[in-house]
Design a protein around this ligand. Structure first.
Ligand code: XUL
Ligand code: CO
Length: 446
C-alpha cells in the first residue's frame, strides 16, 4: 500500500514534500528521521502497524480561531465564495497534503467534506457530490478512508445534544445526518465509523432526565448500526470517549464508562472504542491506561493521537511529541495485539501562531517520527528486555498451587481464610517501579 502524490489545479504547498526518510541523523525538519514506512518490525512494515491518518477538520478546515480571535492561518483552499467550490479546492489541498506526507489514510466529518445545505436533502446531495470526487482521489492515489463521522455538534440545532436531545425533532435530524454520513463512508470504503458524542451530555442535572437521554442514545446507535449493516458496512463502529467539553459532563466519559454502556445495551459485537490521548488526560487518565482498559475488554478500535498541555485542563489537541508517554501507550497497544483495522489519526492542530505553510508538514512529520520511534522502542523492550519476564514473575504465585486454584475459580472465602492462617504473614515483595522506569529510559536512547 503506497500513496502517489496528487496535486490538483492549484498546488497549495509548493516546495514542500514529498517527504522522504533520511534516518535518525537527519537535521532536515522536512524529512522523516524515524518513520521509515517500509521498515519491518515484528514481520510487518511500520506503515501497516501504525496506519497513520490525516484529520480533515484540523488540517484543512480549522484555521486557529479561538474564543478570543479569528483564524490566523492562510488557507487559500477555503477562500472561494461558493462553498461547494471551496469544498472542491479543499479536497485538492487535502489530497496534496496527505500524499506529500505519504500518509495512507484520512478521516472526515460530513461537514468537513461538504458544506451543509438548506435542507436534509440538499445536505445529503452535496455530500454525495463530494464523495464522488473523493472516490476519484482515493483511486488515483491509493489513500484510504480510516473512518467517517457526522458533525452533530456545530449547528445551533444541536445545542442541547443530538441523539440525547430532549426534542425528538432534533434527534430525527441527527439521524438523517448519520444516514448520509454512513452512505458516504460505505461509498468510500471506510474501514470504521466514529461516534464522538459532541454535545451528548449535560450542563445541569436539574433540567436533565439522564436515564431517558442515555436510553435514546442507545436506541440511536442501534438504528445507525442496523442501517450501516443493511447497506453493506462491515467495519467497526467506534465510540470516542471524552469526559467534558463542550458539555460539563459528557456521557461517553472515558473508556470504562463507554464499555459499561455498550455492555448494558448489548452493543459490544459491533461497537469498539476510538481513544484520544487528550481526552484520556482530561479524564484524569493516561493514553496507556485507556488503551489498556479497551485492550483488556477486547474493544480496542482506533486511536486519535494528540496530546494536551500538562499545565492546564483544556483539550488543546497538540501534535503528539512526548516520546516516553508514547512508549508506554505502545507497550499496552502491542501487548493487546495492535490496531487491527484501526489506525492512528492525527486529531491535532498546529498552534494559532504557527502560520507558515511548512508548519503543518513539520507537525505531522514530528508526530509520525515520535510514534514510529516509540513503537520501535516498545517492540525492542518486549522482544529483547526482561520486561515481560519481570511482570510475569510478579504474579508467579498464581501460576501453581493454591494461587492457580484461586485463579481457576476454586477456593471460597472460608478456604482462603484457612490458607491465610496456614501460610502466615506474607513477606513484603517490592513492586520495583523504579526498575521498570529505568528499563524504559535505557531503551529510549539505545
Ligand atoms: C473532539 C474530537 C472530535 C472527534 C470526531 O474533541 O476529538 O474531533 O474526534 O468528531
Ligand atoms: Co478525536
Amino acid at each position: 500500500m503506497t500513496t502517489d502524490v496528487l496535486i490538483g489545479e492549484t498546488e497549495y504547498f509548493p516546495g514542500l514534500g514529498p517527504v522522504s526518510f533520511e534516518g535518525p541523523g537527519s537535521d532536515n525538519p522536512l524529512a522523516f528521521a524515524w518513520y521509515d514506512a517500509e521498515m519491518i518490525v515484528g514481520g510487518r512494515a511500520l506503515r501497516d502497524h501504525l496506519r497513520f491518518s490525516i484529520a480533515y477538520w484540523h488540517s484543512l478546515v480549522g484555521g486557529g480561531q479561538d474564543p478570543f480571535g479569528a483564524s490566523t492561518r492562510p488557507m487559500a483552499w477555503n477562500e472561494a465564495s461558493d462553498p461547494m467550490r471551496a469544498a472542491r479546492d479543499r479536497l485538492d489541498a487535502a489530497f496534496e497534503l496527505i500524499t506529500k506526507l505519504g500518509v495512507p489514510f484520512y478521516c472526515f466529518h460530513d461537514r468537513d467534506l461538504a458544506p451543509e445545505g438548506g435542507s436534509v436533502d440538499e445536505s445529503a446531495d452535496r455530500l454525495a457530490e463530494m464523495v464522488e470526487l473523493a472516490r476519484g482521489k482515493q483511486d488515483a492515489s491509493g489513500v484510504r478512508l480510516l473512518w467517517g463521522t457526522a458533525n452533530l455538534f456545530s449547528h445551533p440545532r444541536y445545542m442541547n445534544g443530538a441523539a440525547t436531545n430532549p426534542d425528538f425533532q432534533v434527534l430525527a435530524y441527527a439521524a438523517a445526518q448519520v444516514k448520509a454520513a454512513l452512505d458516504a463512508t460505505v461509498a468510500l470504503g471506510g474501514e470504521n465509523y466514529v461516534f464522538w458524542g459532541g454535545r451528548e451530555g449535560y450542563f445541569s442535572l436539574l433540567n436533565t432526565d439522564m436515564e431517558r437521554e442515555l436510553d435514546h442514545l442507545a436506541g440511536f446507535l442501534r438504528r445507525a448500526r442496523d442501517y450501516g449493516r443493511s447497506i453493506g458496512f462491515e467495519g467497526a463502529y467506534l465510540i470516542e470517549p471524552k469526559p467534558m467539553e463542550p458539555t460539563k459532563h459528557q456521557y461517553d466519559f472515558d473508556v470504562a464508562t463507554v464499555i459499561a454502556f455498550l455492555r448494558q445495551h448489548d452493543l459490544t459485537d459491533d461497537f469498539k472504542l476510538n481513544i484520544e490521548n487528550n481526552h484520556a488526560t482530561l479524564a484524569g487518565h493516561t493514553f496507556a491506561h485507556e488503551v489498556e482498559i479497551a485492550g483488556s475488554a477486547g474493544l480496542l478500535g482506533s486511536l486519535d493521537v494528540n496530546q494536551g498541555d500538562p499545565q492546564n485542563g483544556w483539550d488543546t489537541d497538540e501534535f503528539l511529541h512526548d516520546l516516553r508517554d508514547t512508549v508506554e501507550m505502545c507497550l499496552a497497544l502491542m501487548r493487546h495485539g495492535g490496531l487491527g483495522s484501526g489506525g492512528m489519526n492525527f486529531d491535532a492542530k498546529i498552534r494559532r501562531s504557527s502560520t507558515d505553510p511548512e508548519d503543518i508538514f513539520i507537525a505531522h512529520i514530528h508526530s509520525m517520527d515520535t510514534i514510529a520511534r516509540a513503537f520501535i522502542v516498545a517492540s525492542r523492550i518486549l522482544e529483547e528486555s526482561d520486561f515481560l519476564e519481570l511482570r510475569r514473575e510478579r504474579y508467579a504465585s498464581y501460576d501453581s498451587g493454591a494461587g492457580a486454584r484461586y485463579q481457576a475459580g476454586e477456593l471460597d472465602l472460608a478456604d482462603l481464610a484457612r490458607l491465610a492462617g496456614e501460610l502466615g504473614e506474607p513477606p513484603l515483595k517490592s513492586g520495583q517501579q523504579e526498575r521498570y522506569e529505568q528499563l524504559l529510559s535505557r531503551y529510549l536512547t539505545r
